[in-house]
Design a protein around this ligand. Structure first.
Ligand code: TNX
Length: 472
């Protein structure tokens, strides 16, 4: 019970009360908890039954655990998991999985856990635009992050180097814009059906998928596909490098064709997305005149609202004075934009992704084989040792929606690169999002984290063995 990541709110270990799972152990599922019961039985390769030593229940949990928390009790005679929702049970199952040894007899540490999250939004972002990642790669990533109680997967679906989602009225977006990526490889895209499958797969892991269409900048792949989106009517060539100047492309904000496009794309996206949020980018629009930017963002926010969704945008979106409910995602490496604190004071909830803390595309050290360093080298302690509840001046804890770790893919060519950049840093960031401040402590954290390495190895995760962690 002392190796859990993220650290639970309360743990009372009782080492003498461990429970041994054998091939005969049964998972007892009450009717309303049968889905998670089946999932647990499958995970542990046990049978379900009307009675059994491992029980799951949606009744009797402490109201304190809320919608996502759970209570877990392990005694010599069995394991009882209680929650108020399926999501709570799912989170409890993730804890239980970590209590099992990686191999050998399945002895589960005895004791009690009461647990619930600090922040509502605990996210990971994967950029599938710079380099394309297949449906299988994304499913694998979903399984990896769900273990650490991450509940949002933000997919960065479009950028200068590629457009990755089929839009039925605009086929060239994927025929042309989907056929490129950094380095000149073949790229790729998700059909709407594949995208729906990903949404459903994420939901089966209690993860909400938030899709991002980056507008009006970071749009070269769209401009290459449809010249009517440019101001001069000339399609630019495809862009397949990393480039030094980000923010060189822009939809033409003065043309109605741009708004027809935006309406069609976001309309289809809203229909494909059961979650509440659509991410509309809005970052690094150096090629968009200010007046055009403000006009474009406001119209786009209207479109999002008309489709019944709330918008998230990178924090530059605050230049357009977005309405209440819009979520700015802070990404600077310094606390340099007073608009963020002003927005918090007006009631906006802020999503925190400070580049110098949680950008998973940064190198760990100067020796890292891949990654950027513009926001600094980020070893495990750098991503772990900060407090989201007091990080930005004027953005108190109650104004923080949560923490999200972006994994930009300019340098990621293969899924092993995802593993390398995300592990072990993503579990550290997941703990910042989930665990209460009073559990925070580097020395205990690094000891707990070290014990997870054999789990990652068993799952085929090619993690980076940072020298900061006392691996066994
Ligand atoms: C900045 S963060 C970007 C991305 C890049 C990233 C590389 C943000 C909103 N824009 O387009 O991929 O840096 O670290």
């Amino acid at each position: 019970m002392t190796c859990l990541v993220p650290a639970p709110v309360h743990v009372r270990p009782s080492p003498d009360d461990s429970f041994l799972i054998t091939a005969e152990t049964r998972v007892r599922v009450s009717q309303d908890a049968s889905r998670i019961g089946d999932y647990l039985a499958e995970t542990l390769q046990l049978a379900t039954a009307a009675d059994g030593e491992i029980s799951l229940s949606l009744h009797g949990a402490d109201p304190l655990v809320g919608d996502e928390g759970y209570q877990l009790s392990v005694t010599r005679t069995g394991i009882a998991l209680k929650a108020n929702t399926e999501t709570g049970l799912f989170n409890g199952v993730q804890t239980l999985r970590q209590l099992l040894p990686v191999d050998g007899p399945r002895v589960v540490d005895g004791g009690e856990v009461l647990d619930h999250p600090r922040f509502a939004h605990r996210g990971a972002m994967l950029d599938v635009a710079r380099h394309f990642f297949t449906v299988d790669d994304v499913r694998r990533f979903i399984d990896q992050i769900a273990q650490y109680k991450i509940n949002v997967l933000h997919l960065h679906l479009t950028d200068d180097q590629g457009w990755r989602l089929e839009i039925t009225g605009w086929p060239r977006l994927t025929e042309v814009g989907g056929a490129t990526q950094v380095g000149g490889g073949p790229g790729g895209f998700y059909t709407q059906r594949e995208f729906r499958d990903l949404v459903a797969y994420a939901a089966s892991r209690h993860i909400t998928l938030i899709p991002e269409i980056d507008l009006p900048g970071h749009s070269n792949a769209a401009l290459t596909s449809y010249p009517e989106l440019t101001c001069d009517g000339v399609a630019p060539p495809p862009f397949t490098s990393i480039g030094t100047a980000t923010g060189f492309s822009s939809l033409c904000t003065d043309q109605e064709s741009t708004y027809r496009f935006t309406e069609d794309v976001l309309g289809e996206l809203a229909a494909l997305t059961p979650g509440r949020h659509l991410h509309i980018g809005t970052d690094e629009t150096h090629a968009t005149p200010e007046e055009g930017y403000v006009k474009f963002v406001r119209r786009t926010l209207d479109i999002v609202r008309q489709h019944g969704k709330q918008a998230i945008g990178w924090h530059e979106i605050l230049r357009a004075g977005p309405p209440e409910g819009t979520v700015p995602q802070f990404w600077s490496k310094t606390d340099d934009d007073p608009r963020v604190a002003e927005a918090a004071a007006r009631g906006h909830r802020i999503l925190l992704s400070p580049a110098n803390k949680v950008y998973l595309d940064m190198k760990y050290t100067p020796d890292s084989p891949i990654g950027f360093k513009w926001a600094g080298y980020l070893d495990v302690r750098d991503v772990y040792d900060w407090d989201p509840g007091s990080y930005l001046d004027g953005v108190p804890e109650h104004a923080v929606l949560g923490v999200e770790a972006p994994l930009w893919s300019e340098h990621l060519e293969h899924r092993s690169h995802i593993d390398h950049m995300a592990f072990p840093r993503l579990p550290a960031i997941a703990e910042l999002g989930w665990s209460p401040g009073q559990t925070h402590g580097w020395d205990d954290f690094r000891r707990r984290l070290a014990t997870h390495a054999p789990r990652w190895t068993a799952q085929g995760i090619e993690f980076h063995p940072s020298t900061q962690i006392p691996w066994a």
